[in-house]
Design a protein around this ligand. Structure first.
Ligand SMILES: CC(C)(COP(=O)(O)OP(=O)(O)OC[C@H]1O[C@@H](n2cnc3c(N)ncnc32)[C@H](O)[C@@H]1OP(=O)(O)O)[C@@H](O)C(=O)NCCC(=O)NCCS
Length: 169
């Protein structure tokens, strides 16, 4: 399937919720946080102007992946990490399960990296869980050059560690 990249709009909110729910790895409170970031960015029309390195405020940028018939199949949310020198957080990435394994996630990740290289970003940080159901996600990052930089034991819950991956650009 040919997936293409595109901008997200306010009207995509319900579809994003559907995608996050359908992955079945995110808890309800995590879905709520993901939607809060979306709302913060899209509440009054289009997304805020991208990254202002000087403002010290987290800024969330989004990219969508779309099927040939224009259906949103996944998205990524990332942003400059306040208080750092060109470090960026990849906050969220998800592909609807019906479309997983079709290249949408790679397309999104490549696009984020392309944009950040243009900005001379230095480091991308992504956090994920050590749970077994996240094994394919960890594999996804590892194969794409993300190295496990740290593990915070029992961070999310007992026996659910926070695994921090980084990639230098
Ligand atoms: C991780 C994720 C974004 C990857 O998106 P995707 O569109 O399936 O990615 P692609 O098709 O480009 O790449 C597939 C790769 O991801 C891995 N992968 C992860 N989950 C997969 C799944 N459910 N089905 C198929 N491949 C999956 C595969 O191992 C594959 O690796 P390979 O290219 O070395 O074979 C997506 O699987 C997803 O939404 N997972 C659930 C949500 C999640 O964990 N998000 C990250 C939170 S930190």
């Amino acid at each position: 399937m040919h997936v293409k990249l595109g901008a997200l709009q306010r009207g995509h909110r319900n579809r994003i919720r559907e995608i996050l729910d359908a992955t079945s790895v995110f808890r309800d409170d995590e879905v709520a946080v993901a939607l809060e970031l979306f709302d913060e960015s899209f509440a009054s029309g289009p997304a805020r102007a991208p990254y202002d390195p000087g403002d010290g405020v987290a800024n969330y940028e989004f990219v969508g992946s779309f099927s040939p018939d224009g259906e949103l199949v996944g998205y990524v949310c990332y942003g400059a990490t306040p208080g750092t020198d060109r470090t960026y957080d990849l906050y969220w990435i998800a592909t609807h399960p019906r479309f997983q394994g079709g290249g949408a996630g790679t397309l999104l990740l490549d696009e984020v990296e392309r944009r950040l290289r243009q900005r001379e970003a230095r480091l991308i940080v992504v956090e994920t869980s050590s749970r077994a159901d996240y094994a394919p996600t960890r594999h996804f990052y590892e194969v794409r050059g993300y190295a496990r930089a740290a593990v915070v034991k029992d961070y999310y819950a007992p026996v659910d560690d926070r695994a921090i991956y980084t990639k230098r650009l």
